[in-house]
Ligand binder design. Sequence first.
Ligand code: GLA
Length: 389
Amino acid sequence: MASIEQLTQQFIQQFGGEAAEIKAFHAPGRVNLIGEHTDYNGGYVFPAALTFGTTLLIRKRDDRQLGLATTNFPSSKALDIDNIAYDEADDWMNYPKGIVYELEQKGIKFSSGYDLLFHGEIPNGAGLSSSASIEVVTAYALLTMEGQPTDTVQIALLSQKSENEFNGVQCGIMDQFAVANGKKDHAILLMCDTLEYELVPFQSGAYKLVIGNTNKRRGLVDSAYNERRAQCEQAVVDLQAAFPELKLLGQINLEQFNANKHLIKDEVVRNRAQHVVEEIDRVLRSMDALKANDLEAFGQYMNGSHDSLRDLYEVTGPELDAMVAAARQVPGVLGSRMTGAGFGGCTVSLVHEDSIERFKEEVGRKYTEATGLTPDFYVCSIGNGVEQL
Ligand code: GLA
């Protein structure tokens, strides 16, 4: 991890001037422990912020330019802050641009232009929310610089809007919410319909969360993701025959669903909805297990979540399935599942600390045998949400 001093030097190399006026901010990535593909259905999720994410150095300018650069690869640009529009060729810069645009839509009149240098520590395309991390840190930093309120729930909503509308990705609220509101050593039980949330201490004793990166690029994820969303909406329409007021699958419980699921004509759509309603139920049961300090039960719910994402929601794919299958064979593993949107990206496993080396060796070897890909593993600690450094 680069130090602020190193990043400050890089900032001055990029934009010139003095160090004195530069401010630093950080937003984490996230891992979701359970509750997958439930957020846009108005259900529960249980994510946690990571200790690594995106560091942003920022300084006011004398003119109305927006200077954007990253330490990760050669890529920089100067834009007119009053004239921001999406441009595919701008690649990652569309995330900070989208935030500037949405803040302007909300009525923020920037007092000047800014220079921004981003330092990303989250592997791209790994499903650990690198884009949400960039969005949230940009919003928090710009609002702070402008002397505006930095309500982290509002920042999460604005960041999601920018991802949905400016960047055209129909994600739910989970990633931006976790990145904005995380707390060290806590996971967030979030009800995505009302945004009520509870910070739950994640006390796992001798068990650690191990993230396994399949290093499989998430190719068709956007179209498959949007298709799943549409199928959930279709299930709601079918279920309205019994529940005329129903807007989101998260508004009925498992019992109500099972008594009426015959109303969903298409079998694939019925399976998608079955996953969502059962997964929401599983999140609540896993909370009871956690409160009773029953980590074994929590691990079983993690396993149940993955199996349902594989068989009913069909968003896992051979790489995630191979990694999870190998993980579950290692003694000392209480549970293992995919995390995030799926189709590649990462798994998360609950592993006894004495088994971590064996886990990396055995899962790594079996995964490579099965897929030809080399994975990465991160033993993860739970960190804070967005903050000024
Ligand atoms: C992605 C989206 C989230 C959520 C997950 C699946 O990470 O950005 O909003 O839908 O997939 O749980």
